[in-house]
Design a protein around this ligand. Structure first.
Ligand code: NAD
Length: 352
């Protein structure tokens, strides 16, 4: 197969020198757009076994085109009858996107729709990127608060450890908890999934107990929409912690729905000036009423940073994980230069 990897409109790249070796071992012909890896710490000289190409050449010669973010593809008319592998969830205009794909007879595989099954785990870009975002959320918070994280005793007096509250203890939330704990913070977390409780406790954080959560085994690992009663009780329990917190990281998402609002403007007004909220759910509406995607809003001296794409700021490691996810996906769907059975569960879920 001839597979082309684009220089993305963001720092990450969908092929690294080590994944290139794996494609070559499987006899694929690899084309990489010039300077594709430069912002992730990979120079063109690191890709010796690939053909370094212009974008036009890639579009002309390749059967499959890969990018980290589908917004990097500006014109779909140049990709008639080809296949694209990318993350389409970041594309702002979904309606126009599907029209363009249909019009140009393009088969697109959206890696953000890979199912959350054991077999698909190695292809799951949402999980690999969420872990990095969770880590970065705490690093961002540490930069923004006027405090240090660990308890410190000096001759000039002692400093108390910071208090961190994490709302949503999934992949990103758990990594945020682990990072905050390593820095010496006191951490508490809330999540409606019971499975999350054990994971929170195993990281040495406290779990905020709220009764009445709804769970659904068939939701494939995702949380489901919670009742008004649960959200009210949760708000009551969580508010007590938020007004004492120095750092709040929110990651709460419900697949296919807008993110639940867990922090109202009223609560922000009760929080301590100087504290920060890092809202990782901002691309789906945010968990704080005041969140603005990709912006910092200041209210009552509380800084609210909305950013769902913090993994891009760790482009070297993010590219390593993302490119492994892509390789595992391509290796799974292509067998002896042919696409596997179209009825396969993984293919069915992510093909658009
Ligand atoms: P996500 O990004 O959809 O949501 C983040 C977290 O927000 C979840 O833990 C969710 O329970 C939580 N949440 C939803 N509503 C909330 C509310 N009202 N208050 C507080 N928290 C709320 O999910 P995710 O982090 O990508 O994954 C969730 C879980 O799915 C993981 O912890 C994991 O167990 C499972 N998972 C399994 C696989 C796999 O088997 N391949 C892959 C990825 C994730």
């Amino acid at each position: 197969m001839k597979i082309g990897f684009l220089k993305d409109s963001e720092p990450r790249v969908s092929i690294t020198p080590s994944t290139l070796e794996k494609y070559i071992a499987l006899n694929h012909d690899i084309f990489i757009e010039k300077n594709a890896g430069i912002q992730s710490g990979f120079s063109d000289n690191d890709y010796v076994d690939a053909e370094l190409s212009s974008r036009n050449n890639i579009y002309n010669k390749c059967d499959i085109i890969v990018s980290v973010n589908s917004s990097s593809i500006v014109s779909f008319s140049e990709l008639k009858n080809k296949s694209i592998i990318s993350n389409f969830s970041m594309n702002p205009d979904k309606q126009n996107l599907s029209k363009e794909l249909t019009k140009n007879n393009i088969t697109a595989y959206d890696l953000s729709l890979i199912p959350r099954t054991t077999i698909a785990q190695s292809m799951d870009i949402l999980s690999s990127m969420a872990g990095l975002s969770g880590y970065k959320s705490i690093i961002k918070a540490a930069e923004l608060i006027p405090k240090i994280f660990p308890m410190t005793i000096t001759a000039a007096g002692s400093i108390k450890p910071v208090k961190v509250v994490v709302l949503g203890a999934g992949v990103a939330g758990l990594q945020a908890i682990a990072t905050a704990k390593r820095l010496g913070a006191i951490v508490e977390a809330s999540d409606p999934r019971q499975a999350a409780k054990e994971e929170v406790l195993s990281l040495g954080a406290k779990f905020i107990e709220v009764e009445g959560a709804v769970e659904d085994e068939s939701a494939g690992g995702y949380a489901v929409k919670q009742s008004k009663e649960y959200l009210e009780k949760q708000k009551e329990e969580v508010t007590k912690r938020l007004i004492e917190a120095d750092v709040v990281v929110t990651t709460a998402q419900v697949f296919g729905s807008k993110s639940p609002i867990l922090i109202s403007k009223d609560i922000v007004n009760k929080m301590k000036p100087g504290s920060v909220i890092i809202d990782l759910a901002s691309s789906t509406g945010g968990n704080c009423e005041l969140t603005k995607d990709s912006k910092i809003v200041v209210q009552n001296g509380v800084k609210i940073l909305g950013n769902s794409y913090l993994a891009s700021e760790l482009s070297h490691d993010a590219s390593n994980l993302f490119s492994n996810n892509v390789f595992n996906f391509i290796n799974y769907i292509i067998k002896e230069d042919n696409l596997i059975d179209e009825k396969d569960d993984i293919l069915k879920s992510c093909k658009i």
